[in-house]
Design a protein around this ligand. Structure first.
Ligand SMILES: [Zn+2]
Ligand SMILES: [Zn+2]
Length: 164
C-alpha cells in the first residue's frame, strides 16, 4: 500500500520536503501508538500519506505538538468504533428520507466518512439533518423535491398570468 502511495509524484515531493524539514528540527519526536497495549512505532511518512491534504509543514507541526496523541491505523479504527457505539446508545437508528429504510450509525459513518467523530455525532443527533442511505437516495430525494418546487413555481406563474 505504501508503495502505491509513493508512485504519486506530488506525494513524493511532499515526502522530500518533509525529510528536509525534519533535518532542521532539533527535537524530532519519536512517536509510539498512544494505546498502552499496542505501543507500535509510528512513522511520520505514513502519517503524511494518510493525510494527503496536509502540507509537510503542517504534518511536522502536528507531529511535534506535545498535546496531541497519535494512534496507529489499527488502534485508530477501533477507537472510532468505540466512539460510534457511544453515539449509537444515544440514537440507535434513523430513517432514510427517501426510501424509509432504517440506518444505523455505522452506515451513516461510512457514508460521511470524511467527517470527524464529533461532527458525525452532531449531525446524527440533529433531527433537522436529512439522513439518507447513500448518494443515490440523496439524489432521488432532492430530484423529487426540486421537481416539486419547479411545478409549484410554474403553477404560481400561471396564476399570475391569469390574474393579469
Ligand atoms: Zn496501536
Ligand atoms: Zn434510502
Amino acid at each position: 500500500m505504501y508503495y502505491r502511495k509513493l508512485n504519486n509524484a506530488s506525494m513524493w515531493k511532499k515526502i522530500q520536503k518533509l525529510r528536509d524539514l525534519i533535518k532542521l528540527e532539533h527535537n524530532f519526536k519519536e512517536r509510539k501508538c498512544w494505546n498502552a497495549s499496542c505501543k507500535k512505532d509510528l512513522n511520520i511518512y505514513d502519517f503524511l500519506s494518510d493525510n494527503v491534504d496536509f502540507t509537510p509543514e503542517y504534518v511536522l507541526k502536528l507531529w511535534q505538538a506535545p498535546i496531541l496523541e497519535f494512534h496507529c491505523c489499527e488502534c485508530f479504527k477501533n477507537l472510532k468504533i468505540d466512539e460510534l457505539q457511544k453515539i449509537e446508545q444515544e440514537i440507535p437508528t434513523r430513517i432514510c428520507l427517501n426510501c424509509n429504510s432504517l440506518i444505523d450509525i455505522y452506515k451513516f459513518g461510512k457514508f460521511h466518512n470524511y467527517l470527524k467523530i464529533h461532527e458525525l455525532r452532531k449531525l446524527w443527533l440533529d433531527s433537522h439533518f436529512k439522513v439518507f442511505c447513500d448518494n443515490l437516495c440523496q439524489r432521488k430525494y432532492y430530484k423529487t423535491y426540486y421537481d416539486f418546487l419547479k411545478k409549484r413555481k410554474i403553477k404560481k406563474q400561471e396564476k399570475l398570468k391569469i390574474n393579469l
